[in-house]
Design a protein around this ligand. Structure first.
Ligand code: S3P
Length: 166
């Protein structure tokens, strides 16, 4: 069984993913970390040296090769929305969208732009608005959607467990 956690940068996928993996006693992985291990480059360096399209190809290869017993997989924020990967995720497992509003994402991301190639503090609000608008339709194909704005990570975990009946 695979549970894919998807959502915009800053939606809490990695934090909640780790909690869910511990709760279900399943392995946990993060697609950005897997790509960094495979290429021996940081996500920032991949974007800087080879561009976003190349990174999206690496994400597609990773999803194609994912093992059935992967457990909980936290997906990079853009992953489902390129190269039809959302359809692949839906075929391979259960997709859980951690939905957050623009305001919540701004608050969570304003101090974390340096480690993310697509974000700059001066244009953060605009970037969130535009990219989220472009991605929402894709994200909302998920089998499970959790509204996370007013929830702690533990509360999101509880809500997921309720929905997957764990
Ligand atoms: C991206 C999100 C990042 C990472 C890359 C691109 C995006 O992952 O894959 O910087 O396009 O939203 P996180 O959502 O884990 O920050």
């Amino acid at each position: 069984m695979i549970y894919f956690l998807i959502g915009f940068m800053g939606s809490g996928k990695s934090t909640v993913g780790r909690l869910l993996a511990a709760k279900l006693d399943m392995p946990f992985s993060d697609t950005d970390v897997l790509i960094e291990q495979e290429t021996k480059l940081s996500v920032n360096s991949i974007f800087a040296q080879y561009g976003e399209e190349h990174f999206r190809r690496l994400e597609a290869e990773l999803v194609r090769d994912i093992k059935k017993d992967a457990g909980i997989v936290s997906c990079g924020g853009g992953l489902p929305c390129y190269n039809n990967l959302m359809d692949e995720l839906l075929k391979k497992g259960t997709v859980i969208y951690l939905r957050a509003s623009e305001g919540t994402l701004f608050e969570r991301l304003k101090n974390a732009t340096a480690e993310r190639p697509l974000l700059e503090i001066a244009t953060l609000q605009e970037t969130i608005r535009k990219r989220l608008a472009g991605r929402s339709e894709c994200y909302e194909k998920a089998q499970i959607i959790i509204d996370t704005d007013d929830l702690s990570a533990e509360e999101v975990l509880k809500e997921i467990c309720k929905r997957i009946q764990a």
